[in-house]
Write a protein that binds this ligand. Structure first.
Ligand code: FES
Length: 281
């Protein structure tokens, strides 16, 4: 296998040769044999050795679970791994080796001892997620979103799905004194949102056209389709879109999260998961 330049791999190779090859395979997108044990070993080694410096594997504990309404359930995890706003973790709710059976989890809220995640109330993993249950986490993955907001900056959050992927970003922006408007298409338990967030419900494109002139920055919880993208064009340099469709490994190994960019494909788990709209193909 031809390995790309990788400082961590070279350092590790100097110490032990074979370890460097595994780490290089983990950290550099490229040909990879889909061997469960080898990939599990790569992810495990990467948690301690690769230049994804903050990546760890740890066991979190579910401390509370609550139905928050509108078919949504929240679970609070006490966790040593805390993703920053914009990042995600891989969660495993039952024992097993296959890394591709983990779920990508974006925090819905950051707490003093971990974070809360949010799932549909009929999600198949919920029977495993009870208070006291252990959850195996790996991560965090992806790039944190830089949120250097001026007080009173005006930020629009567009939610084609449920807004939980964007809520830590909204919370961070509120702390900086920004004004937040959330555009929602689906029902959501609005009483769970910070009271400073203005929420609007309806057809997204119509809402967007009504609010775009007000906004200075936009976050979208998906890669927008052609019509939304055309509408957002005046703010494309200050609009960020989330790719969260398929994030099986989180390490750049499986190539399952490739997103077409203006300068070629990028991996959502390494370069994203948020992408500036003007940088997408
Ligand atoms: S390469 Fe596997 S999730 Fe990105």
């Amino acid at each position: 296998m031809q390995l790309a330049h990788n400082p961590a791999a070279e350092r590790a190779a100097a110490d032990g040769g074979g370890v460097g090859a595994v780490i290089a395979a983990c950290c550099n997108p490229g040909p990879w044999r889909h061997d469960t044990i080898a990939l599990t070993a790569a992810i495990s080694l990467a948690t301690t050795l690769c230049y994804h410096a903050a990546m760890q594997a740890a066991t979190a504990r579910c401390t509370r679970i609550a139905n928050i309404g509108a078919g949504r359930t929240r679970a609070w995890l006490q966790s040593a791994i805390v993703p920053q706003a914009g990042q995600f973790v891989l969660a495993r709710y039952w024992p097993g080796l296959d890394p591709y059976l983990s779920s990508a989890v974006f925090p819905a809220a950051l707490t003093s001892d971990g974070f809360a995640l949010e799932l549909p109330s009929d999600d198949a993993t919920l029977p495993y997620l009870v208070p006291g249950a252990d959850v195996r986490l790996t991560g965090p993955f992806g790039q944190p979103m830089p949120m250097r907001h001026q007080p009173d900056s005006r930020i629009l959050f567009i939610c084609a799905r449920n807004p939980h992927h964007l809520l830590p970003l909204a919370q961070q922006a509120l702390q900086a004194g920004a004004d937040i408007t959330l555009l929602l298409e689906r029902p959501y338990p609005l009483q769970t949102l910070d009271a400073r967030i203005e929420a609007r419900h309806g057809e997204l494109l119509t809402l967007l056209r009504n609010h775009l002139a007000w906004a200075e920055k936009v976050f979208v919880d998906c890669l927008p389709g052609a019509r939304m993208r055309a509408t957002l064009q005046p703010l494309a340099g200050d609009s960020y879109a989330l790719f969260a469709e398929a994030l099986p490994c989180g390490t750049g190994a499986c190539q399952g999260c490739a997103v077409p960019g203006a300068k070629g494909y990028q991996l959502a788990c390494v370069n994203g998961p948020f992408f500036r709209l003007s940088a997408l193909a």
